[in-house]
Design a protein around this ligand. Structure first.
Ligand code: CU
Length: 187
């Protein structure tokens, strides 16, 4: 799954080329593969991954991340690189679609209108309840300003002592030794 470091890596790239090189096996591509493998099942197998609803959630995030980087850069740094070999050359067909790889980067050419809801992480917070009234997010104040983040289930990674970052359906959330666990209520 994506970590804060993965996100920072993407947002610190200097151009489209810098993010995507090498074109068949870039860090961006490899990191995006993590959720495919972690979720498993259909998500793990290229020809049928889109059959899993998680695919669309995951790829929406992949697209959003690249848009966030694009918004930070001048348009001159957001051009499809020339001299890339088949099948990802600028004028190669982006199979199975009817456009070329180069056209795939041009929102106007594709008439693609994406809009994204404001992410809870882009809002500041002071309390967990502000982030999620049903308790699925928590307010991480360790980063200077409060940032809403998803909680982890039992067994998930957490920072020692950040009990609020763990989610329990039953019991009291605890983060000890870097893992979330749910402490049974005393009998
Ligand atoms: Cu994918």
């Amino acid at each position: 799954m994506y970590t804060d470091n993965d996100v920072q890596y993407v947002l610190s790239r200097r151009s489209y080329d810098h993010l995507c090189r090498p074109y068949r096996n870039s860090v961006y591509e490899v990191v995006h593969g993590g959720p495919h493998v972690a979720i498993g099942g259909h998500m793990r197998v290229l020809p049928c991954a889109p059959n899993d609803p998680m695919f669309w959630l995951h790829h929406c995030w992949v697209d959003k991340l690249i848009e966030m980087l694009k918004d930070r850069l001048p348009p001159t740094r957001w051009t499809y690189p020339q001299g890339v070999s088949w099948p990802q050359g600028a004028r190669n067909r982006a199979d199975p679609f009817d456009w070329t790889c180069e056209q795939g980067l041009d929102d106007e050419e594709l008439e693609k209108e994406y809009t994204y809801e404001i992410s809870p992480a882009d809002d500041t917070c002071n309390t967990d309840v502000e982030c999620s009234p049903i308790g699925l997010l928590w307010c991480d104040t360790s980063v200077g300003r409060g940032e809403c983040k998803a909680k982890c289930r039992e067994g998930g990674r957490c920072r020692a002592g950040e009990h609020a970052s763990c989610y329990c359906e039953n019991g009291t959330p605890r983060c000890d030794g870097g893992r979330c666990r749910c402490e049974a209520a005393a009998a």
